[in-house]
Design a protein around this ligand. Structure first.
Ligand code: PLP
Length: 411
């Protein structure tokens, strides 16, 4: 007899030993009361305030978004009815892709079931169909990009995070006539730092490379129309492929790429992660479209978020709660110990009805454990004061080191 269950238990034990076993909180978010949720993990089902959501602007509950999704559901039903090869395009997805292409100033866009699949499918397929391609990948790229690059089996080099000198030295080492692709992100999700996009594009021009940028943590939030950091910095036409998600600031589900027509046609024709999976449901595509359109026209949410973020940062500074300072909406409060970080998160939830997930290894390097806080335009002054008071109490009680961060640590 083979005891299969023992394999599973052993595997999980290993995770537990490494201190990275995860317990998920059972939450019901409350549309109309964002950022509140009911905590079903707790018998008492208490109402909690969420401070770590990637629904960065609260668009998941925006009335135009819900209305568009509801109408599509009522008129077209729930599912897409199949893969696009089998069932054709559902009209909602066609409209969504048209909008996304125009948002990013590209000829075409292609929607995927999620951002993860968009990265995995596109990067692996590009590596396979560009003959003799060499891939240059930022050290801190998201797991979905790494998976895609690995699956593509092209020769690859990892460059030091945001380090253009290192990238250039690697580019230089490869024959100028070989096809090359540089893959990186605009906003990195854990430190909230921003890539030197212009410098990377300059290197791409110099060394005959194409560029692939993941703008997942920027779309909806940066640039006059919410197209991301490339739009904000006037660089949309310099980047070959822009990838984004509809699941974070747009508040829904789905991922996409935007690029020129030939490239999109090739991915559409070759990428298994596009071909062999059922298309986005019409309701999800229609809701996402409404969200993208809303944030193209309105900057009330963006402005509101920026104001809340800078206010929270100044409150934290005042009471000397250490956080990584950056130019984005991500506020990493540094605890720098895995157990204290987990305990901090537990106390915040149990005693203060505040939900901030602790972020430990392997999501971040050991010794940089943190509470990743993401203020939204819908967090009130009162919520902010409660959060900061709770953090002061927790830092005191757990005797977390409040020593200000060395610049090397925040680099
Ligand atoms: C969340 C995330 C993704 C995946 O997007 P989903 O739509 O959630 O699948 C891709 N890249 C980065 C950097 C992310 O943080």
């Amino acid at each position: 007899m083979i005891n299969y269950d023992q394999f599973f238990v052993n595997a999980v034990d290993k995770v537990k030993e490494e201190g990275r076993y995860r317990q998920f909180t059972d939450l019901a978010r409350q549309a109309g009361a964002f950022p509140a949720a009911v905590n079903h993990s707790d018998q008492a089902q208490k109402e909690v305030v969420i401070w770590c959501s990637n629904d960065y602007l609260g668009m998941g509950q925006h009335e135009d978004v819900i209305a568009a999704a509801r109408t599509a559901m009522q008129t077209m039903g729930m599912g897409a009815g199949g893969t696009r090869n089998i069932a054709g395009n559902n009209h909602a997805v066609v409209e969504l892709e048209r909008e996304l292409a125009s948002l990013h100033g590209k000829e075409k866009a292609l929607a995927f079931v999620c951002g993860y699949v968009a990265n995995e499918a596109t990067l692996s397929t590009l590596s396979l169909i560009i003959p003799d391609c060499v891939v240059f990948s930022d050290q801190l790229n998201h797991a979905s990009m790494i998976q895609g690059i690995r699956a593509g089996k092209a020769e690859r080099y990892i460059f030091k995070h945001n380090n253009v000198e290192h990238l250039e030295s690697l580019l230089k080492s490869v024959d100028i006539d070989r096809p090359k692709m540089i893959a990186f992100e605009s906003v990195y999700s854990m430190d909230g730092d921003i890539a030197p996009i212009k410098e990377i594009c300059d290197l791409a021009d110099k060394y005959n490379a194409i560029t692939y940028i993941d703008e997942v943590h920027a779309v909806g939030m940066y640039g006059p129309h919410g197209a991301g950091i490339c739009e904000q910095q006037g660089l949309m036409d310099r980047v070959t492929i822009i990838q984004g998600t509809l699941a974070k600031a747009y508040g829904g589900m789905g991922g996409y790429i935007a690029a020129n027509a030939q490239l999109i046609d090739a991915i559409r024709s070759y990428a298994p992660g596009f071909i062999f999976t059922t298309a986005l449901p019409p309701s999800v595509a229609a809701g996402a479209l409404a969200s993208v359109q809303h944030l193209r026209a309105s900057d009330v949410e963006r402005k509101g978020q920026q104001e809340r973020v800078s206010r929270l940062k100044s409150m934290l500074r005042q009471c000397q709660i250490p956080f990584l300072d950056n130019n984005t909406h991500i506020v990493p409060v540094m605890v720098r110990d895995p157990n204290l970080c987990r305990q901090a998160s537990e106390i915040l939830m149990e005693e203060f009805n505040i939900f901030v997930q602790h972020i430990n290894f392997p999501t971040v390097p050991k010794g940089t454990e943190r509470l990743r806080i993401t203020p939204t335009p819908l967090h009130t002054d009162e919520m902010m004061e409660k959060l900061v008071d709770a953090l002061i109490e927790v830092f005191d009680r757990l005797q977390i080191n409040k020593q200000s961060l060395q610049s090397s640590e925040s680099a």
